[in-house]
Design a protein around this ligand. Sequence first.
Ligand code: SF4
Length: 234
Amino acid sequence: MNLEKIKAELNQKSTKEVLEYFLDELHVNIALASSLSIEDQVLTDMLYNIKKDAKIFTLDTGRLPKETYDLIEKTNNKYKQKIKVYFPQTQEVEALVNEKGMFSFYNSVVERKECCYIRKIEPLKRALKGLDIWITGLRREQSQTREKMQLIEWDEGNNLLKLNPLIDWNEEDVWAHIKYNNVPYNKLHDKGYPSIGCEPCSRAVEDGADIRSGRWWWEHPESKECGLHVKENV
Ligand code: SF4
């Protein structure tokens, strides 16, 4: 696939047209990696409306809040599809917990990334095997670590193309789509959680606070990625 040619094709296309281009015209092996965020729920809605059997998967780290499991069920029921769920390797999780305890991720950035690697990055790598392109719900305004991301880019860490169809959307655009189309969303958003990941690493924030400030709040902003969307997966 020629990245520059694809970029030229995408010029001036709406988000829906971009997705249609990849699903209906290019016939590539493409899947949405959903974190069940509001952005990924928008994309889930769009993808299932374009193609009933669009590929969507998520990662169950084993530490998700109940509300996230409720959302998976609700989404599956609404679209009459099954989001594929990947789990971490049992032996890796057992070794981590038995050696370092249930909350090693609070000790340091290194130990937090170790947990993210075992519970998220390794399963993600398995899920991405065989794909040509993965779709994410990343938006540029979400954090300083995402400011330079593009609509489509080469993902060196995972060795495939990454499509970010909502890269230029703002939060109001996302909520407008959710509400207008009655798309299911995580009920923790109604309790002050702007961004939701694992239960012990997410919390509610004050109104108007930075979107990512409730994730890994004990770390500096520049380290706040789990490794899924950075070039060096540590
Ligand atoms: Fe572990 Fe927290 Fe990362 Fe979840 S977000 S994988 S609990 S460090």
